[in-house]
Design a protein around this ligand. Structure first.
Ligand SMILES: Nc1nc2c(c(=O)[nH]1)N(C=O)[C@@H](CNc1ccc(C(=O)N[C@@H](CCC(=O)O)C(=O)O)cc1)CN2
Ligand SMILES: Nc1ncnc2c1ncn2[C@@H]1O[C@H](COP(=O)(O)OP(=O)(O)OP(=O)(O)O)[C@@H](O)[C@H]1O
Length: 246
């Protein structure tokens, strides 16, 4: 068994080796005991607006050579993680703003191994749709100019791969502030297995999770593959998917 598989079986998250150096200095204004819950949320949302651009900037500053090496490691870890999931529908993402690029991994995946989908923002402030996509099929520009499938069928993936702007020690994700992944996961009848993807430098102590934040099941970086779900969650996710298709 390799290190990834071992880490994946642990229920306890590993320690991060290199926390972002400045982020511990930035704490949201949640010190006032007796704040209304709403006021508390506002403080956290304001804090996230400060932290996001810093994390995005740090990611953009990674040199091309390093990025290539880190993306290779992430793609290899992902292959290991999904090795037993033949036939599953996996939602990926089209990389932007220096997110790890998984497209070469998708292109190298044998057609029979996995089926792919991409997330599509249909309406601001609403859940996303997932559209079937295979390499070679036509893409058009969606919100933020992100490429989306032009014709793909709408479907519910078994596995959702979500890029992170930041992630914390309990597996919570900080994204671009649209709330799209949380809204989408909240309305699905069966929660897919959610894999967060990012560079290790995106690790922060906490995102100060709010009621709507849904933690990821596993986070893959170039340094680790850490599972936050109970060890039975992956198995039960896939069993439920199987029983549906019988
Ligand atoms: N590559 C990639 N594709 C992806 C995502 C992603 O994180 N990465 N998404 C993951 O969700 C969805 C797009 N996410 C989006 C998130 C925010 C906004 C947006 O308009 N943000 C507002 C700020 C919101 C706020 O701060 O209140 C803006 O920039 O004006 C647009 C798209 C789907 N596709
Ligand atoms: N399930 C939900 N229902 C209603 N509003 C939600 C839900 N999830 C998130 N939101 C709202 O979306 C906004 C942004 O949320 P958050 O800070 O978690 O975004 P994010 O995870 O960084 O964004 P994204 O997933 O788009 O990358 C917040 O104002 C939040 O209240």
């Amino acid at each position: 068994m390799d290190n990834d598989a071992e880490a994946h079986q642990d229920d306890e998250p590993n320690e991060y080796s290199s926390p972002a150096c400045f982020l511990h200095e930035l704490t949201p204004d949640i010190t006032g005991i007796g704040h209304a819950a709403e006021g508390l949320d506002d403080g956290v949302i304001r804090w996230r607006k400060i932290v996001r651009p810093r994390l995005i900037e740090m990611r953009a500053a990674i040199r091309a050579n390093d990025r290539k090496r880190m993306d290779d490691v992430i793609r290899t870890r992902l292959s290991g993680l999904l090795a037993t999931m033949q036939g599953r529908i996996v939602s990926i993402y089209w990389p932007m703003k220096a997110e790890p690029n998984l497209i070469p991994w998708v292109k190298n995946s044998l057609p029979s191994e996995l089926a792919f989908a991409l997330p599509v923002v249909i309406k601001k402030g609403a859940p996303m749709e997932f559209r079937s996509w295979s390499p070679g099929e036509s893409l058009i520009r969606g919100v933020w100019n992100i490429p989306i499938p032009e014709h793909g069928a709408s479907l519910v993936p078994d596995i959702v791969i979500a890029p992170v702007v930041g992630f914390d020690k309990r597996g919570y994700r900080l994204g671009y502030g649209g709330g799209y992944f949380d809204r989408t996961l909240a309305v699905l009848a069966r929660k897919p297995y959610v894999i967060g993807i990012g560079y290790a430098q995106a690790a922060i102590e906490t995102i100060y999770p709010l009621k709507h934040d849904i933690p990821m099941d596993v986070i893959v970086t170039e340094q680790s593959c850490v599972s936050y779900a109970s060890s039975s969650r992956l198995a039960s996710t896939l069993e439920i998917a199987d029983s549906k298709s019988v």
